[in-house]
Design a protein around this ligand. Structure first.
Ligand code: GLN
Length: 280
């Protein structure tokens, strides 16, 4: 069979199952099978596809049909300006989180030699994106998940940042290592009872550990704010991603723990997404 025919089968299967982007998904999966770009796929539609590759493609389509996210199938995801390695049990980087990077780069424009701590570093996408842009910054990433730590190390290696970053597998409560100019975190903040309303692709495949914020959605945020107030330098900046309707509660928590609110930033969908504060 030629690539075009196989691709059409994939698109039809995904479309009939009601998936949101059957064409794009099939093309991305085909480019993964061919270990080449989407452009290559589209320019070579009339080329023959080896049987082994047809089977590989069909297997990926079957997994996608069950809702497995594309990033877990192709083991990578673009975030900000780089491609990150991704694996299951690690949260897939979200475009909304790029809001944090923009803000960090804005207020660190004239800053040098800053020490950054990322709490719940996950794939490393936030910390490593910032380090890549700010050549004299140093970073520490902490995560309770062993898989996250090994993946963020692999991403640091891939981006040539291994000399400026260290990772620790730890609960943040047990971490007492140094003082930081900048603390960043995208913690789990979904209310336990709301997890079931997340899209099927998310709730059935992404790690609950990275999503579940306890009964009020604030259990991890609360703990991170308290701990950050100890780990941050005076006048240090704290950048936190938050969920829908958490602005007021998180502002109060920050104020109570000695932070002054600088700014609340909305994402592209106009939801409050990021709170920037300064330790007084
Ligand atoms: N923004 C993510 C989602 O809606 C949640 C990430 C998080 O809890 N930190 O799926």
């Amino acid at each position: 069979m030629i690539i075009d025919e196989v691709l059409k089968i994939g698109k039809t299967i995904l479309k009939n199952a009601g998936l949101k982007s059957p064409i794009l998904d099939s093309e991305i999966l085909m480019s993964f099978v061919l270990n080449n770009s989407r452009e290559f796929v589209l320019l070579n539609l009339n080329k023959n596809l080896e049987r082994k590759k047809v089977i590989h493609f069909e297997d990926l389509i079957t997994q996608r049909l069950k809702g497995k996210p594309i990033a877990y199938l192709i083991k990578k995801k673009d975030f900000w300006r780089h491609e990150f390695l991704i694996k299951e049990d690690v949260l897939i980087p979200r475009p909304d989180t790029e809001t944090l990077i923009e803000e960090i780069l804005n207020f660190t424009k004239s800053k040098h030699n800053q020490r950054i701590l990322d709490i719940g570093v996950g794939s490393g996408c936030i910390l490593l994106s910032v380090l890549k842009e700010k050549k004299d910054f140093q970073g520490i990433g902490v995560d309770i998940s062993k898989k996250c730590i090994s993946l963020s190390k692999a991403n640091a290696q891939k981006l040539g940042l291994i000399n400026r970053v260290k990772f620790f597998q730890s609960d943040i409560d047990n971490f007492a290592n140094g003082k930081y100019d900048l603390i960043i975190s995208n913690p789990p903040y979904i209310k336990k009872h709301d997890l079931k309303y997340l899209e099927k692709d998310i709730i059935e495949f992404e790690p609950k550990l990275a999503l579940d914020g306890g009964l009020d959605g604030l259990s991890k945020i609360r703990k991170i704010i308290i701990k950050s107030s100890e780990l941050i330098k005076k006048k240090g900046k704290f950048i936190l991603e938050i969920g829908l309707d958490q602005k007021k509660n998180v502002k109060d928590l920050l104020n109570k723990n000695g932070f002054y609110i600088d700014k609340i930033v909305q994402d592209l969908a106009k939801n409050d997404r990021c709170i920037i504060s300064t330790k007084i």
